[in-house]
Design a binder for this molecule. Structure first.
Ligand SMILES: [Zn+2]
Length: 305
């Protein structure tokens, strides 16, 4: 049983259940591209600070093992679009860059972003739990990947200039611990980039529990407010918020819409039949994935526990 008594931001145990599912989740395997992941059994809101988090019925090891065993061929089929998205993130990061060229991607999957970053002159490292994904990144692109949890790597203090966490923080069991570790290994004035589903976005509010941001592997549901709070507690100041756009083939988008909007799904399926659109890329910004650029301003040497 997952014992999650305290809010990861304010430490309060006073919370209210805002969603509960009677269905016991059956999925114990994880795919980045899976559209039909189960819901968490319960989602709570902290009555003190408003932070929203899941109270899963699964043992934390279920998640951990699922990430280690993750194999996702569909993920690599969208390599071109994922590289375009990565270049867009890296270009934005360049605007905040001061000096140095050491970049870490936490939860780097198959290393597309790292490969793009290296092409732009960054000295790159990646951390990834999936054995398949880290092997892919190492063998195909000859990248430096640590196939283990972040805290097991033990990077030196104040080592990196940029740390990236794409679609990662919402999966972590203790996000504040991870941000404190990011603080330790990032140089003062270094930049932390995070993107994560935005629980207070228009799309989330309209789709409610049907929103793709809600699934059993997402343990935390951030907003700009909660991101600012957890980042400040971890020694960072927010420089900028933006909405993250995703770039995929029309075919991928049509599959994503299959469960949400049958009209959009059918229109896209018809368009894809026209040969020249088959491999076309579509940049979509639903404004439900928030991205944040934060600067490390204080060194936090102590664990919060
Ligand atoms: Zn709280």
């Amino acid at each position: 049983m997952f014992k999650k008594k305290e809010c990861d931001i304010c430490g309060s145990t006073d919370r209210e259940i805002i969603y509960s599912s009677k269905k016991i989740s059956q999925n114990s395997s994880y795919f980045v591209t899976e559209e039909n992941l189960s819901h968490p059994s319960r989602i709570a809101r902290c009555n003190n600070c408003g932070f929203i988090f899941a109270i899963p019925s699964e043992d934390p090891n279920v998640f951990f093992n699922a990430y280690i065993k993750m194999v996702d061929e569909k993920y690599v089929e969208e390599e071109f679009g994922r590289r375009l998205s990565a270049r867009s993130i890296l270009r934005k990061l360049n605007r905040f860059k001061k000096s140095g060229n050491k970049l870490l991607d936490i939860g780097c999957c198959t290393g597309f972003l790292l490969d793009e970053a290296r092409n732009m002159g960054w000295d790159t490292s990646g951390v990834e739990l999936s054995t398949w994904a880290s092997r892919y990144a190492t063998e195909k692109f000859n990248l430096k990947i640590y196939n283990m949890p972040l805290e097991k790597v033990v990077f030196p203090n104040e080592y990196f200039d940029i740390i990236i966490m794409q679609d990662t923080i919402e999966h972590l069991q203790y996000p504040r611990q991870a941000l404190l570790e990011a603080n330790r290994i990032l140089k003062t004035n270094g930049i932390l980039y995070i993107n994560t589903p935005d629980i207070v976005s228009f799309t989330s509010k309209i789709l409610k529990a049907k929103w793709w941001g809600i699934n059993q592997f997402h343990l935390y549901y951030f907003s700009k407010k909660s991101l600012s709070e957890i980042l400040n507690l971890s020694g960072f100041v927010v420089l900028k918020y933006d909405a993250y756009a995703r770039i995929f083939t029309l075919n991928y988008w049509s599959e994503r819409f299959r469960n949400y909007n049958s009209i959009i799904y059918r229109i896209l399926k018809i368009v894809i039949r026209i040969k020249i659109f088959k491999k076309s890329f579509l940049r979509v910004n639903l404004r439900d994935q928030v991205e944040v650029f934060a600067r490390k301003v204080v060194s936090k040497n102590k664990s919060y526990e």
